[in-house]
Every structure is written in structure tokens, then in C-alpha cells.
Write a protein that binds this ligand. Sequence first.
Ligand code: TEU
Ligand code: CA
Length: 551
Amino acid sequence: MTDATPWWKKAVIYQIYPRSFQDSNGDGIGDIPGIISRLPYLEKLGIDAIWLSPVYRSPQDDNGYDISDYQDIDPIFGTLSDMDRLIAEAGKRGIRIIMDLVLNHSSDEHPWFLEAKKSRDNPFHDYYIWRDGDGIHPPDETKASFGGSAWEWVPGVGQYYFHQFSVKQPDLNWKNPRLRSALYSMIRWWTQRGIRGFRLDVVDHLGKDPDLGIKVNGPMLHPYLREMRLQAFSDPGLVTVGEAWSADTDSAKLYSNPDGSELSMVFQFDHMKLDQRPEGDKWDLVPPDFIALKQIFTKWQRGLSGCGWNSLFWENHDLPRSISHLADDGEYRIPSAKMLAILLHGMQGTPYVYQGEELGMTNAWDFTLEEYQDIEIRNMIREKRAAGLPDEEILRRVRSKGRDNARTPMQWDAGPQAGFSSGTPWLRVNPNYREINAASQVDRPGSVFECYRTLIRLRKELPVFTDGTYVPLLEDHEKLFAYRRRDSGSELLVICNFSAGCTENPLAAETAEGELLVCSYESAGQPSVLRPYEARMYLKTRDLGKDEANE
Ligand code: TEU
Ligand code: CA
């Protein structure tokens, strides 16, 4: 690690879903003044940057991922001056603000679209993607992610427009250079206000080509990213992370090329797809394969080492809560939450923590179908009912996988509405807030919060977290996930028991030589046995003479 190492390689980034973080005015919706009031909490946790899910002006059809003005703040979240204040107040605490850029589509209420749909020769018509037709037969069979055809008829122009997500999220036409330069100048406007980075929504869709049936990884994708890097992300202090469900290690090397020609890194989702049958949709659930999970991490840790950069995450606003999904959110909730944290934070890459993950928040297991707000869930319920799936089965799937699991209000304390709002929250608070909340964890040794805090601090203190090589251990073990990180001066060893039983530690002789840095249990335990969901991280200072002789 040198002085030239970019800040984001040593950083931990915290994702805020503003709607669910902290309400300041009792309308039941989280807002920017609410976020400002919680900055001391985030400073204590030790994070370096906040990725804010969209706060732009929006009709909120997809909770802000449908933007009607990229250069204003939605009144439900506050004002532009609240945003300026957030940037300044966070900056005083050493926290940078990263905004979410939704560039694949806008809202159908964006002035560009309102113009575009007036007539075929309107100057903004070509900002979107249109096809002639008869209003009865869509141009092709392409389906939208949130249900129905990807083509929507506009009688006034006698054409269909293309939308990969909801009907209120028309796709922008990236082939139009005027559109691209309008987006780049919007981005520069935000960097001038002090924004220090961007998360790019569905970045792999930007090179789409409906004529060729291409949704992701179109031929122009990487050229567009290089153009955007030159025109919008030229400041080397910016961090950029693209969301790319289609990414593999080859494309990730392009996206995150260390020459800085595209982005800093991408979110890839291989480890999040293990719970679905390959030929099915996201609701077609199977138990995740543990050996495959280990192989995926090895593939990505090795694949990008020295030639790209990983982002590390278990959760975001689209995914279920990690302990509910991959570990245990019942009896072993606390060691499970710490185990997932220790496992991920020991790896190479930039870790992301999603709000509430640092408290061990869980899925909302008691929701009824009527309570869900998410557009994806609502459409899914309609489609699965139409296909004859019984409500109990629909509910079972949504409770394990639906996006609203991660969107229930942040659990601050054991008071009314978990301290989130003095009014009625837009989405019900998870009833386990009386037990799981920030007030009962901050400064309490042994809490999930304190474990995250320790991991974040260690990453800043020990360069081996940033630059050590990754060596998988016990690759065929059915219950243990173990690996080593090594740099010139030191070695980290991480071993995790992914099971609800005690498991013999085959590395006991080796771990006996290390200093225990973090453990998912407070009490000491036996070196030769790992307790349920026990994770341990050890540090060894390398005896250089001895190691060189061995290598
Ligand atoms: O998500 C990308 C995306 O493909 C989602 O449909 C995701 O796959 C889905 O939630 C998982 O089932 C991004 C945003 O993160 C998401 O919140 C938005 O709804 C979507 O783009 C459209 O902007
Ligand atoms: Ca509010």
C-alpha cells in the first residue's frame, strides 16, 4: 500500500436508504435532516463514506429510482440546501457523500419525457427509445423487470416506448450524444456541490440495443463508460461503483481496470444468486450451496487481484437481510451477524455496510401480503396469483426474498416506532426492534455494532487487509469457511463455522500461533472447537527469515 493508494481502497462505505433511515418531521418517511441528526452514530461506527440511495425529485414509483429532476431534491426528503448541509456536516466528520446515479432510465414525469411524447419531431423525442406499431402488438416479446411487456403504447405519437423496469421508468437512449452530454454535465454539477462519488444503477444496461435484443453488455457499454470517465469523473478523488448483475471476472477487470479508465469497482452478484434455480426467476428458491459460495469468493478474490478491485457486500436495499438469508436470525443471531461481518471484512476489496446490517437486523417474517409496498413485490403477487400459485406460497417466497425485508425502518431504540419516526412509518417497523436496536448496542462490548466498529478500525490500521493476497483454506469442508491473507509483514487467518453445531477446528495448531483479533463470541472457547456460527480472525506477524526459507 503506497501513498498513491486511492482512499476508497482503504475505506468502508455505508449505504443509506433515506426513506427508511430517520424521519425528522413525523410524516413517516426518512429524510435528509434525519440523516444529518444521525451523523454522530455513523462517525462512531467509523465509516468513510455514505452511499445515499436516490433523493432526487421523483414520483416515487420505484422509491426514487424513477427520477423526474436530476438536479433537485424530492420534497419528501428535504431541499437542496438540506443536501448542501449534509455534504458539509458529513465532511466535518470525515465522511464523504456518494450519490446514486440512475442513468439507464428516467421517470415518465421527467420534462424530457413529457416533451418526447408530444411528437416524433420534438427535440427530446430521441432521448428515449421508440418503435412504430399498432397499439395491439408490441414490437417484440421483451418483458419488463417489474412485470408486463417492455413496450408501452403512446397513442399521441403512435409509437411504443421501451422500458426495462416499470412503465413509469422509460429507458433513456444512450445512442443520443446530446442525452449523454446532458447527463455528464448534471454529474459535474453534483461534483461541484461536493459529491465525492457515485453508485451507477444497472450500469451494465447502458449499452442496451433493443434492435439486437441486447439488454446488458451491449457493444457500446465500455466505450460509453470511458467517455463518461473523461467527461464526468475526471477528478481522481471520486469513487465510482457500478451495479452489474451480469458482471463476471472478465468484465469486472474492464470496469475496475487499475488504469482508472472506467470505474473504481462494480457490485457483482454471483454470491447472491445461489438461492435461485438457474432456469427459474428470483422467486424460484433453492437452498444455497455452501461449497459453491466458497468457490465464488475464491474466484473473485483471485480473479481481480492486482488487475481490478472488488466491492464486498452481503446486503443492499434490493436483497434480503443477510443473516436471514445465509446464516441464522434466531437462536444464533448475534454470532451469525458477526460471523458474516468478519468473513467479508477480512477479504480484499471495499466493504459496504447496509443500514441496520451493523445491528444484525433481520427479515420481516410477520408481514402479510397486503403490507408490502415494493413495486417489484406487488407485481410479483399479481403475476403469481394469475399463474395459480397459492397465497401461502407467494407469501413464503416474499418473506424470504422480497426487497421490503431490507426496507423496514432503521431500529434506533426500543421506544415507539423504534425511534424512526414520531408518526406512522411508510413501512411497518419490524417487531423485533425492542430487542434489536442501536441504543442497546453502541458502546456495549460484544454487540454486533461493536464488532463492525472493530473491523472497520482494523482495516485502517493493518495494510494486509488492503493488499494481502488471498488463499482459500479447507475448500471442500462442508461447514467451515477459512482463508488466509498475506503481505510482506503479516498474515491474517479467518475461520468461520457456518453451522448450528460445534465443529472441530482442523487449523487449531496454526491458530494457536496467532493473536486473536476478533471473534463472534465474547467468551474464550476452546481452540480446537468452533461453536455455532463462531468466526475468528487471527493476526500473525511474519517471521520473514523463516517464511522466505519456506517459500
Ligand atoms: O436494481 C437493479 C435490478 O436489476 C433490480 O431489478 C434488482 O435486480 C431486483 O431488485 C432484484 O430482484 C436497481 C436498483 O438497485 C433497484 O432498486 C431499482 O428498482 C432498479 O435498479 C431500477 O432502477
Ligand atoms: Ca420525513
